[in-house]
Ligand binder design. Structure first.
Ligand code: ADE
Length: 237
């Protein structure tokens, strides 16, 4: 979706390129979060402090954790947690010190709208991806899942690590590297937040295979199509 905004204007802040533009009558700012929790927190803070955004929608890829969360499916986050945060014994494992909680919820209305847009797009994957990509990545009937997504500063790429995550956090649907940080920043500022992730791998020993190609051919196309649908249906304020 970066580079698709008609009449966009580019502005650099904190070393990132922010693109301001309009889509389906809505004003928006598009930016790459960068990788990892700190980078994503900085990006979210700049969006809020400097650009004054009144909501944030995050898209990207994730590794599937829960049974049935398959490559090519989409996860709409209803809550986030940092799976690598552990200040025990001072605080419970995963609890963010001084917040009294481990989980940060996403905005229900924004997430409902994102999930509806995702379901509409995934009902016909070939019209977004083309028949060749559907065949190459064996994307038969992709599903939309909703629930907990966990974040940490590690690309999870072994069966042992994903099994440990499943055991520690049985309701986690997927794992990625940024969402919980953005959720916490949005919580701090009272900014509604929603996130959608395309499942690129199963966070196991095969997780690195063709990751870049999958992002190119599938995840980025789903993101653009879902956001297009989301902005088209969003009432103009
Ligand atoms: N993003 C996509 N796949 C991932 C994985 N296996 N671990 C962390 N982040 C990811």
């Amino acid at each position: 979706m970066l580079g698709r905004l008609p009449g966009e204007r580019r502005e650099v802040a904190a070393g990132r390129e922010f693109r301001r533009g309009h889509w389906h009558g809505h004003e928006l700012v598009a930016v790459l979060s960068r990788v990892g929790k700190v980078a994503a927190a900085t990006t979210a803070t700049v969006l809020i402090e400097r650009f004054g955004v009144d909501r944030i929608v995050f898209t990207g890829a994730a590794g599937g954790l829960a049974e049935g969360v398959a490559v090519g499916d989409v996860v709409v986050a209803r809550a986030f947690l940092q799976h690598d945060l552990d200040a025990s014994p001072l605080f419970q494992r995963h609890e963010v010190p001084l917040y009294g909680r481990a989980r940060f919820g996403t905005d229900p209305a924004l997430s409902d709208a994102l999930a509806a847009a995702a379901r509409a797009v995934l009902a016909q994957p070939a019209s977004t991806l083309g028949p060749d990509a559907v065949r190459e990545f064996a994307l038969g009937a992709p599903a939309v899942h909703e629930g907990l997504v966990v974040s940490g500063d590690r690309f999870v790429a072994t069966g042992a690590e994903s099994a440990a995550l499943r055991q520690a956090l049985p309701d986690a649907l997927a794992v990625e590297m940024e969402g919980a940080a953005v959720a916490q920043v949005c919580h701090d500022y009272g900014v509604p937040f929603a996130a959608l992730r395309t499942v690129s791998d199963r966070a196991d020993d095969a997780a690195h295979v063709d990751f870049t190609r999958f992002i190119d051919q599938v995840a980025s196309r789903y993101s653009a199509a879902v956001l297009e649908q989301y902005f088209r249906l969003l009432p103009k304020s």
